[in-house]
Design a protein. Sequence first.
Length: 80
Amino acid sequence: MVAPGTCRGDVEAIVGALRGLVGAAGGPPPVAASVGVAIVPALDPRRMSEAIALADAALYEAKADRSLRVVVCDPNDAAA
């Protein structure tokens, strides 16, 4: 997921809502999801492939240990 102009708190709320929807759509067998998110300052169409690559890398990291994790790639974390 690419989340332009959001913060970690927003992402946690969005992911919580998505997980609720995914779980409600379940049935046998139960459905669950790992999530990779890239927080970007603004959605610049010229940098869309970069944002998608960040989200994709976060998703692969989330899926790596099969524990239904949420991994957030936030460029602001690197600046701290």
